[in-house]
Design a protein around this ligand. Structure first.
Ligand SMILES: Cc1ncc(C[n+]2csc(CCOP(=O)(O)OP(=O)(O)O)c2C)c(N)n1
Ligand SMILES: [Mg+2]
Length: 546
């Protein structure tokens, strides 16, 4: 058995049935021979994004794998690996490497050395005998602890070698750790005694599949729940205790309740300070439950730390809180949540229902939300204004129906996420919402969706501009039109063999969405291009609170 065949066999034993990639990487051919479907993209970044979504939507139970060429393929992959790293997504990255005798000679790109800063682990294969050990380490890192890419670089000359017999590989274990019981008791007492508690849930809830336990704790305490952008959909946003998700833009209830909180209980979150997450107010007391002890006291100071899996943590807390309060508390706060929400939505209603031409993007996205079956839809935004226009207003009802991101925010990430989501959940409607800047980065991979029969719905908000840059680049815009961009993207979608429609009439917004959905049901990816105004208003002003 050749080395490539042994690696494909290891992948199969770990449950891998699809491999994203771009040639040349000999793993792709070995994988295909072993019955693992290779999906070839048009640029490496998008394959990484698809692998990323596969891992996210299975809570890491299935691991997304991406394989690329040494040199250019690996160089071009850097962005996708870095994006997964910033979002803590477990993916297996398999660059081919230069032959061992050249791997460390300038100017050859050495993936292990160059990607160490954006991976959880990065290891070269130096001899065939070590392959089972190396993959055991990589998969253990992927299946345990906080996620992130694990990289194994396989030198091209190694593929010519036979795997030394006998060799063995058993799939790795996945285990969990839980918090110190003394800290659970302290935390439960603080939760019960808090006058104005806010629970802030991150994506650790998704990976631990701790959705029911989160809901149980919130309902026991009658406490409002906000999420991070990554944690969006970890708590049903149509629940009377839901505040919504905090990104760069957010529903007003999020800062309103954070501002008046005495205790904030973060669970499955890192509290990372980022322009695309809500800033935590100062002067609050924090309980921080996280899988990664390195996150404790990173950006906020914790009074109480709970290190461990979110499900184990929440279950321990629920038991202790139940013991302390004996029966669930009422939810008087739900009335205030509803009031703040209504006042906020009333203010946005003119935009959400606008019939102006070109369209308000808010109107398009509001019509989208009332047309699709939200509970059976998986949606993601893209970098730029579309994220801020979608995330605050989209009411995610079921776990893992919104792919939130934004620790780093590379334009063009959303397309591959929607495609990976469709592969993971073929029965769901999978949507990416992007602007004309984002499509400029990864639009070519709409062809991959057509060719590989991945029928996503792509909602493009085309305002022929990088609108959000206009206030930042007024001189370049006026003197040189530097923020203008252009394209007929519906035509592009049709040219690739997909369904493409440009929409300019408000009366056609909903019918066009229905036509797009119909196409996806027939197996055809659809791109709906809505011509929008250069909207830059964002739901981030803070009016409420104390
Ligand atoms: C790879 C990358 N480069 C640059 C940026 C910075 N950036 C964020 S949004 C944006 C322009 C957004 O334009 P568009 O998506 O068309 O939205 P609009 O503001 O026009 O609605 C830029 C340049 C980025 N996020 N990613
Ligand atoms: Mg634009």
């Amino acid at each position: 058995m050749k080395v490539g065949e042994a690696i494909a066999e290891i992948l199969k034993r770990e449950g891998v049935d699809v491999i994203f990639g771009y040639p040349v990487n000999h793993i792709l051919e070995s994988a295909a021979s072993a019955g693992i479907r290779p999906i070839i993209v048009r640029q490496e970044r998008v394959g990484l994004h698809m692998a990323d979504a596969l891992s996210r939507l299975t809570s890491g139970r299935k691991i997304g794998v991406f394989a690329m060429q040494h040199g250019p393929g690996s160089e071009n992959s850097f962005g996708g690996v870095a994006q997964a790293y910033s979002e803590s997504v477990p993916i297996l990255v398999l660059p081919m490497g230069y032959a061992r005798r050249l791997a460390h000679i300038d100017p050859n790109f050495n993936s292990v050395a160059s990607m160490r800063s954006v991976t959880k682990s990065a290891e070269p294969v130096v001899s065939a005998t070590e392959i089972p050990n190396i993959f055991r380490r990589a998969f253990s890192r992927l299946r345990n602890g906080r996620g992130g890419p694990a990289l194994v670089e396989i030198p091209i000359d190694l593929f010519a070698e036979e795997m030394p017999e006998p060799w063995a590989y058993e799939p790795v274990i996945a285990t969990r750790c839980g918090p110190d019981v003394a800290d659970v008791c302290k935390a439960a007492a603080a939760l019960v005694e808090a006058k104005s508690l806010v629970i802030y849930a991150g994506q650790g809830i998704h990976y631990a599949r701790a959705w029911d336990s989160l809901k149980k704790l919130a309902e026991l305490l009658g406490a409002p729940v906000a999420t991070s952008l990554q944690g969006k959909s970890s708590f049903p946003e149509d629940h009377p205790l839901a505040l919504g998700a905090g990104g760069n833009a957010f529903p007003r209830a999020v800062p309103h309740f954070l501002a008046k909180a005495d205790w904030i209980f973060g669970v499955g979150c890192s509290f990372t300070e980022t322009a695309f997450g809500i800033a935590m107010p100062t002067g609050k007391k924090f309980i921080h439950a996280t899988l990664d002890p390195n996150h404790l006291n990173k950006d906020v100071r914790a009074e109480i730390g709970l290190v461990g899996d979110a499900q184990l943590t929440l279950d321990a807390l629920c038991a202790e809180v139940e013991r302390l309060i004996q029966k669930p508390r009422p939810w008087p706060v739900s009335e205030e949540i509803a009031q703040v929400r209504k006042a906020w939505l009333d203010e946005w209603m003119p935009r959400l229902t606008s019939s102006e031409i070109p369209f308000s993007p808010y109107r398009v996205l509001s019509d989208l939300q009332r047309t699709v079956d939200v509970a059976n839809t998986i949606i993601t935004h893209d970098a730029g204004s579309p994220r801020d226009q979608l995330a605050p207003f989209w009411v995610a009802k079921r776990p893992l129906t919104y792919i939130g991101w934004g620790k780093t925010t590379q334009l063009g990430y959303g397309l591959g996420l929607a495609m990976g989501a469709k592969l993971a959940c073929p029965e769901k409607l999978c949507i990416n919402v992007w602007g004309d800047a984002a499509i400029g980065f990864t639009g070519m991979d709409f062809e991959t969706a057509v060719r590989e029969r991945i029928p996503i719905l792509s909602i493009l908000l085309n305002n022929f501009s990088m609108a959000m840059e206009i206030p930042i680049m007024p001189v370049s815009t006026e003197k040189y039109r530097a923020t203008d961009i252009s394209g007929d993207y519906a035509a592009m979608a049709r040219a690739f063999g997909g369904y493409g429609e440009r929409v300019t009439d408000p009366a056609q917004i909903v019918p066009a969405i229905r036509r797009g959905i119909e196409q996806t049901q027939k197996g055809v990816p659809a791109l709906l291009e809505f011509i929008t105004c250069k909207e830059i208003a964002v739901s981030k002003q803070y009016h409420g609170g104390h």
